[in-house]
Design a protein around this ligand. Sequence first.
Ligand SMILES: *Cc1c(COP(=O)(O)O)cnc(C)c1O
Length: 337
Amino acid sequence: MDKKNIDWSNLGFAYVQTDKRYVANYKDGNWDDGCLTEDATITITECAGVLQYAQTCFEGLKAYTTVDGKIVCFRPDMNAARMADSCRGLEMPVFPEDRFVEAVVEVVKANKDWVPPYGSGASLYLRPFMFGSNAVIGVKPATEYQFRIFATPVGPYFKGGVKPLTLRISDLDRAAPKGTGNIKAGLNYAMSLRNIVDAHNCGYDENVYVDSATRTFIEETGGANIIFVTKDGKLVTPKSDTILPSITRRSLMQVAEQYLGMEVEQREIKLSEIDQFAECGLCGTAAVISPVGKIVDHGKEITFAGMGPVIQKLYDTLRGIQMGEIEGPDGWIKVIE
Ligand SMILES: *Cc1c(COP(=O)(O)O)cnc(C)c1O
């Protein structure tokens, strides 16, 4: 087998069908053995739980090549655990966490020619997901489910250099106070699409959501957690039960404390205090950190340093750990081969 003939550095972020994907089915209270398949299509009843009542959740992680030529994934056990939480939140059966990690490994191995080389900035994006597959017309959970993981190569996030983002404070809400904001459910994205399209039409890169109960505290954007850096170099990130617990953000908090000796604080952050921060960034698997240049709150412009010195250092350190250039905490790098 040979590496695919792809211009890795110029790849974008769009679905490209790869060779193999993993499929397991749940029926009569049990998961089957699961297997790899070349079939990238799914045939389900028109009345499937996922189609009628949006019973689906997903994960996202990357496989890539480290400096010493190993194919690895970053903390897949964290994705497994978070997906288990998402399943519990949607009354879906949990796919066992150890099998989740094994399936990730299988999919990467089966598509290893699609794993970009070190230094390209590209990676093989993995998308585990699960959905209710049998007919459900009365409102209740499905009794049959499918768990799948497909892989698709994606290009470097900061192609053509880092452009600091311009965000707006959203007037619409993402997550109800005791709702589903803390799980990775497709429904959280479905209801954010209108707002993100509107944000783009208005010239913004993303919406910053505030807590929907009081509209006082910063939460996150549609698909990324938010971090701030104080003028004296402390990392501050919002504490809220309705934020999706980003693995990148949690890793950055640990990196800040253990590698950079920074003070880290997770607390409620008032919208009215964000003009006190020096730097701001969005974090998620896709970019690690995207620097924020500006947040617009109904005409009031709050500016940040963009790729400021602290965000740069956090980015470089976590990227260095991911790429095998810096020794990471135990268990962070899952070597596939
Ligand atoms: C997936 C996701 C993130 C980022 O999580 P990572 O584990 O860092 O990729 C942040 N916010 C939302 C709403 C998400 O769905």
